[in-house]
Ligand binder design. Structure first.
Ligand code: ADP
Ligand code: MG
Length: 399
């Protein structure tokens, strides 16, 4: 049973004003939207509500203004967003919002101005919550990627109006629950990338949850160094040696196997296609950098995945932006994709660079689920309660 209500639980909403929190914080360059993934993620919910006759009022933040800032207005977004929705989108400024909303008809869609034009949005200020709540009858939160923040439009509103999870939020929660909440074992986690210090909480939580923790990327260097391996000139956080040891100990206590690479690809320069060597981890020279894990390690990790039922992945295994150091990430991603297509593996991935790497490998569509969230995905991997999600499970005042 799900602990939150969805659009299925809304009943007859025709003529009702529904405030929908989306995350339309898309990347823009020179007034043009450069990646509309978040627009597309919102379509299912917005279209369904409009088709059911609701007056759809979309709330989103954009950038990090501390108050009104014309450069961060959502007004220029209404048209490109409408193109993605395939329906017209009205734009409503905060000044005359109540009047503008009252002139809308059932089935209309309107985008409200940037929620962060109120400084109190980020403080979850009751006055701002009341201002938003006065415009609507019901609240839908469809923005998992903003759910790690307790802001007025992401958390406070859920206590002020009857609250529901949108389709995108629901899909994200279902997938994440399948991957770490109630997964089929054995479970593998791949954690890579550059900075171990920002992902320590993730590793601590994962050793308690998964059967196999696969560590790659520069993250692996910190663990190898902690074990006394000479990693030469590699990117590494040497001061975290004790923390790495504590994670080894916690893994052993929890029966989680940690996999570190035993062969690596090294180079002396951080640039495309430099001279490289593929060596055992114990053979790295002082002036060399580990920039990818090696083919023997990839093959062994592929065998681990073949015996697993669930995979959660954050962080590339190498410096994938620079050829040929994308090799291991692409190869293991293809193994995971094939196992997913065969139906033996549920695969969930998230993180900005991870999603870029999976797209680069051409396998994003084969994964069971790709999270559009960055920070929220990592906080979820740490096992934290996300305030925007927790608020949806509270009973609303009059719902
Ligand atoms: P995500 O955004 O998916 O959470 P991160 O930001 O933690 O991932 O890590 C991605 C970065 O890690 C990439 O820029 C990649 O080049 C870098 N990286 C991975 N392996 C190495 C390595 N061995 N040496 C240096 N950088 C690495
Ligand atoms: Mg990143």
């Amino acid at each position: 049973m799900k602990a939150y209500r969805t659009l299925d639980d809304m009943g007859d909403i025709s003529g009702k004003r529904v405030l929908v929190r989306e995350d339309l914080n898309v990347p823009m360059a020179d007034g043009v939207v450069t990646d509309d993934m978040r627009f597309r993620a919102s379509v299912v919910t917005v279209a369904e509500l409009a088709d059911r006759g609701a007056i759809v009022l979309i709330l989103s933040h954009f950038g990090r203004p501390e108050g009104p800032d014309p450069a961060l207005s959502l007004a220029p977004m209404a048209k490109p967003y409408g193109t993605v929705l395939g329906r017209p989108v009205h734009f409503i400024d905060w000044d005359d919002a109540a009047d503008a909303v009252s002139s809308l008809a059932p089935g209309d869609i309107a985008l409200l101005e940037n929620t962060r034009f109120f400084a109190g949005e980020r403080q979850n200020d009751p006055a701002v919550i009341a201002r938003f709540a006065a415009l609507g009858d019901l609240y839908v939160n469809d923005a998992f990627s903003a759910a790690h923040r307790a802001h007025a439009s992401t958390e406070g509103l859920a206590h002020a109006l009857p609250a529901f999870a949108g389709r995108s939020m629901q899909a994200e929660l279902d997938a994440l629950n399948k991957a770490l909440g109630h997964p089929e074992h054995p479970v593998a986690a791949v954690v890579g990338g550059a900075k171990i210090s920002t992902k320590l909480g993730v590793l601590r939580h994962l050793v308690e949850k998964v059967d196999h923790l696969i560590i790659g990327g520069a993250m692996a260097n910190t663990f190898l160094a902690a074990r006394g391996v000479n990693i030469g000139n590699s990117l590494c956080e040497h001061h975290l040696a004790e923390t790495a040891e504590a994670i080894f100990a916690a893994a052993e206590a929890a029966n989680c196997t940690i996999h570190l690479p035993y062969d690596v690809v090294v180079a002396k320069e951080f640039r495309a296609n430099p001279p490289t060597r593929t060596v055992n981890v114990h053979e790295v020279a002082q002036d060399e950098m580990i920039l990818d894990i090696g083919p023997a390690a990839v093959e062994a990790l592929g065998d681990v995945l073949k015996n697993c039922r669930t995979l959660v992945w954050n962080g590339p295994l190498g410096a994938f932006e620079i050829p040929p150091f994308d090799t291991a990430t692409v190869a293991l991603a293809r193994v995971a994709a094939a196992l997913t297509r065969d139906g033996t593996l549920v695969s969930v991935a998230g993180g900005g660079d991870t999603v870029a790497a999976l797209n680069h490998a051409g396998v994003a569509a084969d994964f069971s689920f790709i999270s559009t969230a960055g920070g929220a995905f990592l906080e979820w991997m740490e096992g934290r309660d996300l305030p925007g999600v927790a608020a949806l499970t509270h009973l609303p005042p009059n719902g």
